[in-house]
Design a protein around this ligand. Structure first.
Ligand code: TGC
Ligand code: FAD
Length: 386
């Protein structure tokens, strides 16, 4: 993988081992991601294998979790997304969006019940924040939880939920009508409860090797102890997003670097006008720009890891890195596709698949625009969302 400034030499032994094991896992276990992408399927047989490898929430401690460095977690996301954004999404949702809130805000019973099973991939989780009418502004959500004796009754609908059709448990964010001001709270909802349906959203033209669905909740009764006790308000879901966005900032580097390698290899092999196309100045300029932009994104990800390790990372740092690195991957995958000519539009090569995936990655976990506004507010003190 492109490493122009030799950042790999700064990795610890543990981090290097994790990169190597992720690469050999992908080579050995992920058979044909291009075919899954065409078919619109996820290779579900690798879900427990990814658990065995310690790919879910590897940066968390306890409950059998590896507790690796934040950089190692980022590098893992990079390796997974170099294969396909669908693999990184699987790990992001399970680790950062389901296990993290249980770990950070759950009761001891919730942690003991779910973290070991989610960590091994025996159980699959999903994260329900977005609603049909409330995407970028989730604080306007309509899903509600009404207390009724020692239970809650949930009503509402969530959409665009990664893995909801195959999930055993959903972390559902809803307004708690039992509390003054109806603050947003997290609820653990087992998907086999009466009143839960999780229809799949089919025929996506992006992130095809990932399962996406809705969560419909109609008078769903859950025990009151299924509420996450440790957090109240939008801070709950938003702090999960910070963890996942950190992984995306790294993942985008992997997707872009994979496109770069495909373009470089093609440019040295493919001949036109009697010589490899890589010998023409126009193609060299594209490779030079691609390598530069990917290197900048990679350096940003490494610095973000330093800040996270030191406990100095702010959500706005993550916004800048997610925003920049995904834009880089989106732009550079398109240039790589272009360099492959007609072959570039087939699934035999990765750039167009990554390019299509990046439309989702540019949109989820806060759209590019929303991250501009988060940065704009931080830089001016003036809020421009409304
Ligand atoms: P706001 O009033 O700004 O803040 C409310 C409280 O939350 C705190 N906070 C954060 N904490 C941690 N991390 C963050 N990123 C945080 N952002 C804000 C804040 O300090 C405050 O705390 P406190 O103690 O004062 O209460 O919140 P708001 O409701 O006005 O939100 C602003 C906005 C627009 C930035 C936010 O809603 C936003 O980020 N919108 C984008 C929505 C989004 O990203 N949705 C993602 C859905 S999940 C998904 O896409 C998964 S894809 C998974 C995959 O397949 O990989
Ligand atoms: P909207 O919010 O309606 O935005 C539409 C356009 O308006 C965008 O370009 C946006 O940038 C712009 N816009 C919005 N507000 C402003 C503003 N104030 N100023 C300027 N421009 C603005 N969600 C989950 O909860 N869990 C998941 O697991 C999950 N997985 C997903 C998987 C996929 C494949 C996809 C596509 C999405 C997923 N999402 C998930 C949802 C995702 O987070 C939302 O799509 C995203 O937050 C944007 O919301 P929206 O689609 O409703 O767009």
């Amino acid at each position: 993988m492109l490493d122009y400034f030799d950042m790999e030499s700064t990795l610890t032994e543990e981090e290097r081992l994790l990169v190597d094991s992720a690469r050999s896992f992908i080579d050995g276990e992920v058979d044909d991601v291009g075919q899954h992408w065409i078919d619109g399927t996820f290779p579900t047989e690798i879900i427990p294998k990814m658990g065995e490898m310690g790919f879910y929430a590897p940066n968390l401690e306890g409950y059998g979790l590896p507790g690796v460095s934040e950089r190692a977690y980022g590098l893992l996301m990079r390796e997974l997304e170099a294969c396909d954004s669908g693999l990184r999404s699987m790990a992001s949702v399970q680790g950062a969006l389901v296990m993290y809130p249980i770990h950070a805000f759950g009761s001891d019973e919730q942690k003991e019940e779910w973290l070991p099973r989610l960590g091994t991939g025996e159980a699959v989780g999903c994260f329900g924040l977005t609603e049909p009418e409330h995407g970028s502004n989730p604080s306007a959500m309509e899903t509600m939880a009404e207390p009724d004796g020692d239970e809650y009754v949930l009503n509402g609908s969530k959409t665009w939920i990664t893995n909801s059709p195959i999930a055993d448990v959903a972390v559902v964010w809803a307004k708690d009508h039992g509390e003054e001001g109806t603050p947003v709270r997290g609820f653990l909802v087992e998907t086999d409860r009466d009143g839960v349906t999780t229809n799949e959203i089919k025929e996506k033209l992006s992130l095809r090797a990932s399962i996406t669905g809705e969560i419909s909740l109609q008078n769903v009764r859950i025990p009151a102890e299924n509420r996450l006790p440790g957090v109240s308000g939008m801070k709950g879901p938003l702090s999960c997003l910070t963890q996942a966005r950190y992984g995306i900032a790294w993942g985008a580097v992997g997707a872009a670097a994979d496109c770069f390698e495909a373009a470089r290899e093609y440019a040295t092999d493919r001949e036109q006008f009697g010589k490899p196309i890589g010998g023409f100045q126009l193609q060299q300029e594209k490779l030079a720009e691609m390598a530069t932009q990917i290197t900048l994104a990679q350096l940003l990800a490494h610095r973000l890891a330093d800040l996270k390790e030191a406990g100095e990372m702010r959500p706005q740092h993550v916004s800048m890195a997610k925003r920049n690195n995904v834009r880089t991957a989106r732009d550079q995958s398109r240039i790589a596709r272009e360099m492959l000519g007609g072959n570039g539009i087939t699934a035999d090569y990765s750039p167009m698949r990554h390019m299509a995936n990046m439309e989702t990655v540019y949109t989820y976990e806060g759209t590019h625009d929303i991250h501009s506004l988060i940065l704009g507010e931080d830089l001016t003190g003036l809020q421009a969302f409304q």
